[in-house]
Design a protein around this ligand. Structure first.
Ligand code: NAG
Ligand code: NAG
Ligand code: NAG
Ligand code: NAG
Ligand code: NAG
Ligand code: NAG
Ligand code: NAG
Length: 474
């Protein structure tokens, strides 16, 4: 599906063109092509590696070297305090981030260092640039998980999503699609049990078939998979996932989007704070994450009002970007907050020069940009900024939340959560990630300039059979 864009948005863009300066950006990126969730551990494929790399090349040309380059962001040699790259602990997401970074900051060529004793050392791999991918705690194991809330660890969100399975909408789709799914059994019964193949598992069934159509040269009973059937498989998965990720009457369901909103606000705010202090840090933040986080955020920011396609699962390597920009002269110093604006862009699938991201109005508005002040106000209506807020909204009282649990505590009945390992102390970490990042970068900055430290192994990427992969669905 292609996107249309409202005429006023185009007009606004045209009028702003030329005079503007991009001050910073926040990107949220989906991983590239991977193996199916039902055959965990999930792995990024060679195709997925190439998609992440291609996207990195595109955003290099947009934000580092092109006419829309980000103000004072290093062009060729990465300056680590300018960029923040994050991902949940999940192989598919982490190595997608590394693939992207290879395209964003390619090797700088031979660099020779002369030691005190006169020895010369040469940087390996043609000056490959080493950029840490820091982890956010929310979302561990996303890609190995078929259940959206398993990676959030949020009690009330889990309960809310589970309520979908007792809604009349769900019940009616479950029965009306029973025959449709029955005909798919011979296609997927090599992997999935027959009674599993129903609307209840719409995404897992779609995911297995979708991966097979990309990679398997032969699929059992493939004659069943007509274009119409494939489309319906995807559309039903979209409906299923959208409903688990967002419900206007039960906002907590979108906790993943709320946390992301908090991270976006904190990050863009730090771009402004740094620039106002005359520094050049915190220019570009890139988080890799799962499609369910996209869907939750789309719902919270009312993007379906701009285009109904926002209720569908974004394709691999999709990206949403928040650009911070000004139309005021910045040469003499950073503009005041009132002169800073934010624009939202989205690209479905891998971004290339031939297929660039498109601007959509946020919050059900009509304009392709909002002032920073309005953006901050609207995002704050749903953003979760602190661990305390998270605990309060989620109704969690144990683990990292014990410190904030006043009153009676209340019982917590984990509904269907599969318990993504290592989630507990995590949530606080997610919210605090950007605060912590500042510290990380200080420490890193002291210890290394260009090379030296590599936080994530990139072994196995080229082979397409990396280690194990996980992305939680939220
Ligand atoms: C949305 O949330 C409301 C309020 O909790 C609930 O009554 C309704 O069934 C939910 N709908 C879906 C589709 O989950
Ligand atoms: C899958 O279904 C087909 C057709 O019903 C059947 O012939 C086959 O034995 C089944 N395979 C497995 C692994 O259950
Ligand atoms: C696709 O191939 C993989 C690996 O051979 C296999 O496990 C999977 O069941 C196949 N999927 C389908 C739908 O045939
Ligand atoms: C933005 O930065 C200012 C100045 O550092 C700080 O007072 C404020 O709390 C920050 N807001 C957010 C949302 O991070
Ligand atoms: C992205 O493309 C998929 C189909 O490939 C579609 O289902 C989904 O709605 C699209 N999302 C947006 C926001 O365009
Ligand atoms: C929140 O509470 C639920 C239900 O008790 C629990 O499964 C989950 O692990 C808790 N999350 C955290 C981060 O402690
Ligand atoms: C992913 O890679 C691991 C080895 O690292 C392998 O055991 C697993 O079977 C792979 N998964 C798929 C679906 O190919």
């Amino acid at each position: 599906m292609r996107y249309s864009i409202a005429a006023p948005v185009l007009a606004l863009l045209a009028s702003a063109e030329g005079a503007e300066t991009i001050l910073g950006a926040y990107m949220f990126h989906r991983h590239g092509d991977r193996t199916p969730k039902s055959l965990a551990p999930t792995n990024l494929t060679t195709l997925g590696y190439e998609q992440g790399y291609t996207s990195g090349q595109y955003y290099r040309s947009r934000y580092l070297t092109g006419p829309s380059k980000i103000y004072k962001l290093n062009e060729d040699i990465v300056k680590l305090n300018q960029i923040a790259v994050t991902s949940p602990t999940d192989n598919v997401l982490q190595i997608s981030a590394m693939a992207f970074l290879q395209g964003l900051y390619p090797p700088v060529g031979q660099t020779i260092q002369v030691l005190a004793n006169g020895d010369k050392v040469q940087a390996p791999m043609d000056g490959y640039q080493l950029i840490p991918v820091n982890t956010v705690e929310a979302g561990s194991g996303s890609e190995d998980n078929g259940w959206l809330q398993a990676a959030t660890g949020c009690y009330k969100a889990t309960t809310s999503s589970n309520n979908y399975f007792s809604s009349s909408e769900y019940e009616s789709l479950l029965s009306s699609t029973a025959d449709f799914y029955k005909q798919l059994v011979p296609v997927v019964n090599g992997t999935l049990a027959e009674n599993y193949v129903t609307y209840k598992n719409a995404y897992i069934v779609y995911d297995l078939i979708n991966v097979a159509t990309i990679h398997n040269t032969s699929i059992p009973s493939s004659s069943t998979l007509t274009a119409t059937t494939l489309l319906q498989t995807r559309t039903l998965a979209d409906t299923h996932e959208w409903n688990l990720a967002f419900n206007a009457s039960s906002p907590i369901r979108s906790i993943a989007g709320m946390q992301l909103a908090g991270e976006i606000l904190t990050s863009l705010n730090s771009t402004i704070t740094s620039g106002t202090a005359g520094k050049t840090a915190n220019k570009l933040a890139i988080q890799f994450g799962a499609y369910a986080t996209f869907l939750s955020f789309f719902g919270l920011a009312n993007l379906p009002a701009a285009n109904a396609d926002f209720t569908g699962v974004p394709d691999y390597a999709s990206v949403m970007v928040f650009e911070l920009f000004t139309t005021v002269e910045v040469a003499g110093g950073y503009p005041a907050k009132q002169d800073i604006q934010v624009r939202f862009l989205f690209h479905n699938g891998t971004t290339t020069e031939a297929s660039e991201p498109v601007v959509y109005p946020l919050f059900g508005g009509a304009s392709g940009a909002v002032s920073w002040v309005e953006f901050e106000g609207k995002m704050r209506q749903f953003a979760v900024l602190t661990t305390e807020e998270w605990c309060g909204k989620c109704g969690n009282t144990t683990g990292a939340c014990a410190a904030y649990a006043g009153g009676d505590g209340g019982e917590e009945l984990g509904a269907r959560g599969k318990g993504a390992g290592g989630m507990s102390a995590a949530v606080g970490g997610v919210v605090g990630a950007f605060v912590a990042l500042g510290v990380v970068f200080l420490v890193l900055g002291a210890g290394m300039l260009l090379g030296g430290l590599r936080l994530v192994s990139r072994k196995g990427l080229g082979a397409g059979k990396a280690t194990q992969v996980v992305e939680r669905k939220v």
